[in-house]
Design a protein around this ligand. Sequence first.
Ligand SMILES: [Cu+2]
Length: 434
Amino acid sequence: MQGLALGGAVAGLGLWPRSSWALKGPGNPNVLAGTDFDLVIGETPMNFTGRTRAAITVNGSLLPWTTRRGVKIYHLRPEPVRHQIAPGLDIEAWGYNGVSPGPLLEAVVGDRVRIYVTNRLPEPTSIHWHGILLPFGMDGVAGLTQVAIAPGKTYRYEFTFDRAGTFMYHPHSDEMTQIALGMMGMIVVHPRGGETRRVRDYALMTHEMKIPIGARRPDPLAMNDFNVLTFNGKAFPATAPLVAQIGDLVRIRLANLGPMDHHPIHIHGHTFELAATDGGPVPASARHPETTVLVPVGTTRTIEFVATAPGDWPLHCHMTHHAMNQMGHDAANLIGTDTRGLDAKLSHVVPGTMTMGRDGMSEMSHMQMTQPANSISMLGGQGPHGLIDMGGMFTLVKIRDRLTGDADPGWYKPTADVASEATADELARDGITL
Ligand SMILES: [Cu+2]
């Protein structure tokens, strides 16, 4: 795989102080301090782990490029793809270059790029470069700025990335169908020069689909009742964790090209600042601490925080139905009812009937029900203390005092300060009567 350092001329010169990156907290001035500096040379602004790319799309991939006479050449292929949302749910999606969402298109500000698009779909398409300031004729709106790309045809887009930031690409031709089936991708344009501290730079594309239980094809006609919610095409527990070391600046580039829903993305254990949108950077005077950021449809939101607390901290959409897997939404509400009589009567018709939801829905995850074919109804994940009955747009940010590389470090197991059952002595001591 080709990375930034190989893709163009050596243009950046980065310095970061190895011993000082813990000194800066959110809201503090960005001051270089410390005595132990590493010299980083190359276009990769944060190439501290030796990897040759700069932003990490967990569960995703990077679009490769070559360079011809100073122009970066990319090739995107809109096409049908087989995709696994989580073990148990394989779908027939549409995407780019074999994956959904499409691979990350990464560049450096000032790059001249030429992007070839070969349409392998059964219908016309186009690509709009969302948030990129470019000549009108390169904007990718079928019928308005160009002729739609017919099946089998290859079109050429060419422009210059003239500002850094987090952007997106998607069809502007039958987008209701094409986006619903998974056609979208992220663009990260890095500033020239290096970071002044250690950075963990992540890109996460949110998406929602309606996939009826047992079906393989997302329903492009759906306007509500989306039941498959994803980060970079994966639903928890298939979402790979983000990792960071204490003191790292964590940058998470969130994007939303879903059909209908905005996602309030929430983090545990830390506060962050909104650093940029697809419109540009947020000025220092407007930055303030938050724990949830709304990512509306058609936007990117880049958040930053310094990793200060070790743990496996959840990062998830706070819409409760968006952090669950493939629920049916048209069942009767039976919470608090005594359904034993109902079960007995129904058992005459359907032997072994057991009505769900009498004491809440969590039981459905815990029962490890036999799933209908190709479905992940109420699928949860195994945690260090039992079942985590979350799903969908839910992942973990694993923060450790020390990390080697960026592989999943396993579960965080603190030795103290863990919630546990209160003892009789503790209850008596504090005057709690049961
Ligand atoms: Cu959501």
